[in-house]
Design a protein around this ligand. Structure first.
Ligand SMILES: Nc1ncnc2c1ncn2[C@@H]1O[C@H](COP(=O)(O)OP(=O)(O)OP(=O)(O)O)[C@@H](O)[C@H]1O
Length: 904
């Protein structure tokens, strides 16, 4: 097969796209569920709106009707009257706000007959007294004209000024008099079509109290508030007048009115209807002073302007919009974050990287995928929202919504990429992501919106808060909701580019800048953490040419390791020689590679690999043997870029693992210790993906995949097309091996490739590896001595992080074995004679085992002739019965046990 060059950016992107497409096709229902969430949420909004309409926006919230066509005041209750068209507004007597009896400021205790207190001050106290006396006129009997009386009430203002709520309230109307007489309380008929009812008018004494100055009035009024006095009592005053420099020629008066009742909440208009009467009282008193009681300015009525029929319509979507829509949009965040963290946790990303997938294609394809999903999600949301008539979508300009939502989803994806660098566990990421989603919404409505609506809260602080992406999203949605709400209320359009200003412009700019900054930061952090690049990698030159590594003698670190075996020393010297000549002459060249894991949770640091130096020519299969925890996986992890060496380095095809890992990835294949596979993809789809990453195309790719499947026994019975989730452990292992070999890599790392395989599969796997080593250097770790002997050209036994011996299997057996094992079984009484015979063959024979007649002896090869052993056994058979006997050479296992035991 022709040598393939590394896959280009487009080929890698194409491979990843195809793989993702298949993967997403398998996850089609999850994707459909995700994209249809907005439909359900909009539907939920619709249901809430309908429920609300049926409960509140019903007949009580509109003008009363006789039938479908005939509606009007005459068919309305007093509640409904406020919604009726008022072409000819009725006139109502103006009233004052008089505190309820229990709150009036009197000592020691208020009672039903407590006076309503009015403060007054000014330059001229005697004039002030006259004016205050002129305020209320005492009539002995009701004369039928309410305008002649100073009337007031403690009831709260109504939703509309169509009528003063006092007239509908159960509370009495107060008649403020200097002195109350039995006649000054009476009942009168309120006759205002369609309403006609009697109303109690109760006399209340008006008490005028002089204060020396305006600030004294302020102090007294302030003390009237619960929090303004130490006893926390309410001591309310009706009103106060400051006549200032009033004299015969000039009336100059300030009026204090009680703002507790002005009710300027968002849902209700300001109710200041009861202020004008106070002004009228002052003017009337002054006129009285000038002209006598005969001359009066009668303040007969107040009336609202004519108005059309209205309806109590509460647009729930716009009202709860910011919170609701914040949650809806942020719901995508956990989905994106967990997908990214899952690939990291399952090490699928590193697996793809190890097989040549560059960071740029990964980022671009993943970003595009999340963008498309988010875009579809938002599109469905806006379309469905508009279709069911949500004002939020209908009234605001669609192009503004498009721009805003595009920026939002891009910012959200960037945050997810950035956040994914901080998590390695999906569960933790999910919990934190949902806390972010719901926390942001709640903080938005209960904290941020509160500050936003407070005109005294510094704008600078609002902008500072908007730097938090959740709040900028909330602000944007708030502005859109407000525009829709106001548009609906006034019967005009919502937000347009013409009024795209202030808050909306501000947050759009903030989000746009944050998106670009966070995306760049996420990529940077990914490069230095995940890809282990230098923090200043963007300043470093990245030459595309292969660097020639030549070391001078002085550059080679001479490490003298105590007690290092001659074969290991020899290998080290070989490495040094290659370093002096050229690192490219070897497939793999490790130069004093070390790995130290820092101590965690009170554990000391661990020296997992202690200065490993080996040189592997092309076409060699090198077996790494060693007990558990010897450091084999740590070595492979360093070679595959999963972890960084603590010191030393290695070269793969002349490329340095410290600086050229990205290019090394295009030439290697890895079969990790644990299978890193997508459960939803089939074996064939895995191989197609990794084959494409290795730049195989068309029929070559197809053939390579077929061959791979055949070679690892996954071709027949449709196994290659089954999803990996349905594979047995052995099948997954075989697929991992096939992946590591597809695309003719130059160097292959196999970490315990035959674990969990049945004998037949293991044998066929060995054939695959044998074929592969013709073209590649293979580094293989295994606990099977048989496998090592069959596959490996050279072996290294690794104990406690260092190489104890290295050589061909035969050499090692010769070097570390050096003896035969003779086993003889007789009856117990002949054991002595057997021992004697064995010592006759070899003086230094050692009994290594004995049990009920069976004895095992180790005979040094140097002083043992096999013919003599046979003769001795024949002689023994003549003397006493020999049940069984055997002579064996040392096995690799014996060597392993010996080497491993020497150190333990
Ligand atoms: N991330 C880590 N942090 C700390 N210590 C580690 C880490 N990974 C491995 N070790 C320690 O380093 C030593 C070598 O571990 P390694 O997994 O390389 O051994 P191994 O030879 O591959 O073992 P096995 O044959 O069981 O797979 C062990 O003592 C292990 O506990």
């Amino acid at each position: 097969m022709a040598e393939s060059s590394p896959a280009s950016f487009l080929t890698q992107a194409d491979a990843l796209l195809r793989k993702n497409f298949v993967f997403q096709k398998r996850n089609i229902w999850s994707n459909i569920r995700l994209v249809t969430i907005p439909f359900f949420l909009c539907f939920l909004l619709l249901v809430i709106q309908m429920l609300f309409d049926s409960q509140f926006n019903d007949v009580h919230g509109q003008c009363g009707c006789l039938n479908e066509k005939t509606c009007g005041l005459r068919y309305s209750t007093s509640e409904q009257a406020a919604f009726c068209a008022i072409p000819k507004p009725p006139q109502w007597t103006p009233l004052l706000q008089i505190p309820a009896p229990q709150y009036r400021a009197v000592a020691p205790y208020p009672s039903r007959s407590s006076p309503a207190t009015f403060f007054f001050t000014g330059k001229n106290q005697s004039l002030g007294k006259i004016l205050m006396r002129n305020m209320y006129t005492n009539f002995s009997e009701f004369d039928g004209d309410l305008a002649n009386y100073v009337l007031g009430s403690s009831s709260l203002p109504a939703y509309t000024n169509y009528m003063d709520s006092t007239f509908l309230s159960d509370l009495p109307i107060y008649n403020i008099q200097h002195e109350c007489s039995p006649n000054s309380s009476f009942s009168t008929l309120i006759d205002q079509f369609p309403l006609a009812f009697p109303k109690e008018i109760n006399c209340v004494q008006g008490l005028n109290l002089w204060q020396n100055s305006s600030s004294d009035v302020n102090n007294e009024l302030f003390r009237g508030y619960r929090k303004g006095n130490p006893d926390e009592k309410i001591n309310e005053y009706a009103a106060a007048f400051d006549f200032q420099n009033t004299n015969r020629n000039i009336l100059n008066v300030s009026v204090w009115y009680n703002s507790t009742y002005k009710n300027d909440t968002v849902v209700r208009p300001m109710a200041l209807i009861r202020v004008p009467r106070l002004v009228n009282m002052a003017s009337n008193a002054y006129l009285d002073f000038l002209k006598g009681s005969e001359t009066k300015i009668l303040f007969e009525y107040v009336k609202e302007m004519p108005k059309p029929e209205t309806k109590l319509g509460l647009d729930i979507a716009s009202l709860i919009g910011p919170l609701f829509f914040t949650w809806v949009i942020l719901l995508l965040f956990p989905v994106i974050l967990t997908t990214l963290v899952y690939e990291k946790q399952q090490r699928l990303r590193i697996m793809m990287k190890m097989h040549g997938l560059g960071d740029a294609p990964y980022w671009i394809v993943s970003y595009t995928y999340f963008f498309l999903i988010s875009f579809l999600y938002m599109l469905c949301f806006a379309l469905f929202g508009s279709a069911i008539g949500l004002n939020f979508f209908r009234l605001n300009d669609y192009s503004i919504q498009l721009v805003f939502f595009l920026i939002c989803i891009n910012l959200q994806i960037s945050i997810a990429f950035l956040a994914s660098a901080m998590f390695s566990d999906v569960k933790t990421a999910t919990v934190i992501a949902y806390i972010y989603v719901f926390g942001t919404g709640l903080l938005g409505i209960f904290l941020f919106q509160f500050f936003l609506e407070d005109p005294h809260f510094p704008r600078g602080w609002i902008i500072a808060m908007e730097l938090y992406p959740g709040f900028s999203l909330y602000r944007g949605l708030y502005e859109l909701s407000q525009s829709a709400f106001a548009g609906d209320y006034r019967g005009v359009e919502g937000m347009r580019w013409g009024n795209f200003e202030n808050g909306m412009k501000e947050v759009t700019c903030i989000m746009l800048i944050e998106w670009l900054l966070l995306l760049a930061s996420a990529y940077y952090i990914d490069q230095i953490t995940y890809s282990r690049k230098h923090p200043l990698f963007f300043l470093m030159q990245n030459s595309s040419k292969k660097k020639q590594h030549h070391f001078s003698q002085s550059q080679i670190s001479k490490v003298v390791i105590e007690m290092e075996k001659p074969d290991v020393c020899q290998e080290r010297e070989k490495v040094e020689q290659y370093l002096l000549e050229s690192t490219e002459n070897c497939a793999v060249l490790c130069n004093n590679l070390k790995k130290v894991y820092s101590g965690k949770d009170g554990n000391p640091q661990k020296l997992a690999v202690r200065g490993l130096s080996i040189a592997l020519p092309q076409g060699e299969c090198f077996g790494m043997l060693g007990p558990n925890g010897a450091g084999k996986t740590s070595f492979i992890n360093m070679m595959t870029g999963i972890t960084k060496p603590s010191s030393g380095t290695a070269f793969v095809q002349g490329l340095d693992i410290l600086t050229d890992m990205d290019r090394i990835y295009t030439t290697i294949g890895v079969c990790p210790q644990h299978d890193l596979l997508w459960e939803k993809l089939s074996g064939r789809e895995h191989l197609l993906f990794y084959g494409r990453l290795k730049n195989l195309k068309g029929s070559v790719l197809k053939q390579a995949v077929e061959d791979s499947l055949r070679s690892v026994n996954l071709f027949h019975g449709g196994n290659g097309d089954k999803q990996v989730g349905k594979y047995s452990g052995g099948m997954k292992r075989r697929l991992s091996v096939a992946i590591s070999l597809i695309g003719n890599p130059k160097v292959v790392y196999m970490d315990e490739p035959s674990t969990g395989l049945d004998p037949a599969s293991r044998k066929s796997l060995w054939d695959v590896v044998k074929r592969a080593k013709r073209k590649a250097a293979i580094i293989l770790t295994t606990h099977s001595m048989e496998e090592a002997e069959v596959l490996c050209d050279r072996l290294g036994i690794f104990v406690d992080g260092s190489l104890q011996c290295i050589g061909k299997p035969k050499e090692l057996k010769g070097r570390y074995g050096g003896s035969y094992v003779l086993t003889v079984t007789t009856s117990e009484e002949h054991e002595q004679e057997v021992e004697q015979l064995v010592h006759n063959i070899s003086e230094n024979a050692k009994k290594i085992y004995r049990t009920s007649g069976t004895q095992k002896f180790e005979l040094p090869k140097k002083e043992t002739k096999i013919a003599e052993v046979f003769q001795a056994v024949a002689k023994a058979k003549m003397m006493f019965p020999v049940v069984a006997w055997g002579l064996a050479d040392t096995t690799l296992e014996d060597v392993f046990v010996k080497v491993a035991q020497t150190l333990s």
